[in-house]
Design a protein around this ligand. Structure first.
Ligand code: HEM
Length: 201
């Protein structure tokens, strides 16, 4: 694919889940509880994008696909975008911005506590994902961006605690994350393999 086309094409692909969800919502295809469906869908896409973002570096290392690094920041920002929509669905359509109720919910339900923590930790990653902040933070930027592994781990735990019995789906996401983390640790032990390649690696 031509270099100039890469980013616009990936951008449109990243918007596709939202377009499909919007169409399903308008066409009344989301069943009896569309709010739950919107919350579930945006939550799952947030988790998927977090994991897809983490795949960029191993894909480059294993197959030499340098283009994955060029779209990595965008993928990470889409993870934040879907997590933001997910949170907004909860705050607005589920809790009607009743801040007292929301606070109690965060304290009472561990899966909400963990989801909130994941979002709070995702915030500094999104804010510092630009080149200006990367330069400004220097070595601290790399340390901060290790959160890119903690956030999806919290996302998996959040999902796990939500589903309680049927843990297959969170287990699959957890397994993917474990493989990515394993590859990262392995690369860390090979001299010369860890490089400053920019955003969340
Ligand atoms: C990075 C942050 C987050 C990720 C990756 C994430 C991911 C997920 C996932 C994967 C699900 C399950 C979807 C399914 O059942 O198919 C879910 C459900 C849910 N999440 Fe999150 N979440 C995050 C943050 C939050 C936050 C901040 C809140 C609210 C404070 C929240 C509230 C919920 C609720 C209420 C559900 C259940 C929706 C329903 O079935 O009614 N999540 N989330």
């Amino acid at each position: 694919m031509r270099k100039q086309l890469l980013k616009p094409v990936v951008f449109m692909l990243c918007l596709l889940p939202l377009m499909v969800l919007g169409w399903q919502l308008l066409a009344g295809l989301l069943g009896a509880n569309p709010i739950d469906e919107v919350a579930d869908n945006t939550g799952e896409w947030a988790l998927r994008f977090l994991l897809i973002t983490l795949m960029a570096t191993p894909l480059k290392r294993l197959f030499g696909w340098g283009w994955t690094i060029r779209v990595r920041r965008m993928l990470g920002l889409f993870a934040f975008f879907y997590a933001g929509l997910h949170l907004l669905t909860y705050l607005w359509l589920d809790q009607f911005f009743d801040w007292g109720e929301i606070w109690l919910d965060i304290l009472d339900r561990p899966f909400i506590t963990v989801g909130m923590l994941a979002f709070v930790l995702l915030l500094p990653l999104a804010i510092t994902s630009n080149t200006f902040m990367m330069r400004r933070l220097g070595r601290g930027w790399k340390r901060l961006h290790r959160l890119a592994y903690i956030v999806p781990a919290l996302g998996v735990l959040h999902f796990w605690w939500l589903v309680k019995a049927d843990v297959l789906e969170p287990l699959v996401y957890g397994a993917v994350l474990a493989v990515l983390l394993g590859l990262r640790i392995r690369a860390g032990f090979v001299p010369g393999k860890v490089r400053q390649e920019g955003c969340a690696s």
